[in-house]
Design a protein around this ligand. Structure first.
Ligand code: 2PG
Ligand code: MG
Length: 428
């Protein structure tokens, strides 16, 4: 039987110049698979935690202990496992770690290893990862891209409170066209910023630095960028927001520093619902804090079925938290991030829980990324209809968008999930 022979851990560097964990799984047939752990800046409290060394080097963010765990304990425990039995290998790592939040060995050590096992198994089977993961599927399609134009919040020194101002090419015929349209909007936004004297470079995920006076000004510029690029807002190109409210509020109180306002849950909800009325917004992520359950349920009901109310920090890619949110009527769409869960098996369990709840799902990158393109393969292989990767600039982002183009070529056409698979946008 083909079996895992060893796992090699090494320290590599992410898009913010921080150390991160790469794992390389070697199989007895000589095939290897490799993956790198990403890292978030706006994290939810129930996420699997990265193991960081502390101390003086690299602001305490070094990962030598997590790398040592991969080379030592993790490699030892996985030796002999069938690489095709992802669930068994992941469970062995979960048991070995022994903590609820993966803090002993590190979520970064676990997720890199877990993804590397899948890469090795796929390579050994002579298949691209997306096809290997989708072995039981007969039909594949590309996900609809959700792309950041302005970065904010924790990704831009809190220059504005809202974290992601994004576009979704709701009218595009396919993945290739969705990227083409997004590229035009990104360029148009850059020109607008330049002309207004507001161009100050880009934020962490490649979106333009938000040199705005108010949060709402970013929305105005986004609509203007869509128009300037020649598209109809709300028809061809729609807006998606990640409020990341956990980052500026707790216990039902929120501080909108840009607008110099302190608000409660109701006032924040009212402001956001007003935006839903006035702007072509089809999706809104973490509109309230991770601890604000009742307000989130109220907001979800008020936003209505045609707006995706996306849970990120609110559910942290946890099947149990998705079930609880669904039972409480909070949110209708899950953001799926492998490193929040810790292993691919738990990530898939969260996706399955979202599907069982009748939710939509979006596979997502983190703000700290690398050349690793695993998430694109997860989206295609698992049949997830949307993908969030950050902006349309910088290679850690473009590596993912470009990987989608290669997969589209193999699929003989860039078929995206059909338009009627989305509850919003044109024809909703
Ligand atoms: C998010 C992500 C990506 P981070 O909040 O959705 O934008 O950010 O990786 O910093 O959590
Ligand atoms: Mg988020």
């Amino acid at each position: 039987m083909n079996a895992i022979e060893s796992v090699l851990g090494r320290r590599v560097w992410d898009s913010r110049g921080r150390p991160t964990v790469e794992a390389e799984v070697r199989l007895s047939d000589g095939v290897t698979g490799r993956a790198i752990a990403p890292a978030g800046a706006s994290t939810g409290s129930s996420e699997a935690v990265d193991k960081r060394d502390g101390g003086n080097a690299f602001g305490g963010l070094d990962v030598q202990e997590a790398v040592a765990a991969v080379n030592g304990e993790i490699s030892d425990v996985l030796r002999g496992f069938d690489p095709r039995d992802q669930a068994a290998a992941d469970q062995a790592m979960i048991n070995l770690d022994g903590t609820a939040n993966r803090s002993r060995l590190g979520g970064n050590a676990l997720v890199a290893t877990s993804m590397a096992i899948a890469h090795a198994a796929a390579a050994s089977a002579g298949q691209p990862l997306w096809r290997y993961l989708g072995e039981d599927r007969s039909d594949f399609s590309l996900p609809l891209p959700e792309v950041q134009i302005f970065g904010g919040g924790a990704h831009a020194g809190r220059r504005v409170d809202i974290q992601d101002f994004m576009v979704i090419a709701t009218g595009a015929q396919g993945y290739t066209q969705a990227l083409e349209w997004t590229a035009e909007v990104y360029r148009a936004a850059g020109t607008l910023m330049q002309d207004a004297g507001l161009m100050q470079g880009v934020a962490d995920e490649g979106g333009f630095w938000p040199a705005f006076e108010t949060n709402e000004q970013a929305l105005d510029y986004l609509v203007r960028a869509i128009e300037r690029a020649g598209f109809t807002p709300g028809d061809e190109m729609a807006i998606s927001l990640d409020i990341a409210a956990t980052d500026f509020g707790a216990d039902g109180r929120y501080r909108l520093a840009t607008d110099a306002r302190d608000v409660d849950s109701d006032a924040l909800s009212e402001m956001l619902l007003g935006w839903l009325e006035r702007y072509p917004i089809v999706a809104i992520e973490d509109p309230l804090g991770e601890d604000d359950h009742e307000a989130m349920a109220k907001f979800t009901a008020a936003a209505g079925p045609h707006v995706e109310v996306i849970a990120d920090d609110f559910i942290c890619t946890s099947a149990d938290l998705i079930k609880a949110a669904h039972a409480g009527g909070a949110c209708n769409t899950a953001l799926i991030k492998p490193n929040q869960a810790g292993t691919l098996t738990e990530t898939k369990a969260a996706l399955d829980a979202a599907r069982a709840a009748g939710w939509e799902s979006i596979v997502s990158a983190r703000s700290g990324e690398t050349e690793d393109v695993t998430i694109v393969h997860l989206a295609v292989g698992w049949g997830v209809k949307q993908l969030k990767v950050g902006s349309f600039a910088r290679s850690e982002r473009m590596a993912k968008w470009n990987e989608g183009l290669r997969i589209a070529e193999v699929l003989e056409g860039d078929r995206m999930a059909p338009r009627d698979a989305f509850p919003w946008g044109r024809g909703a």
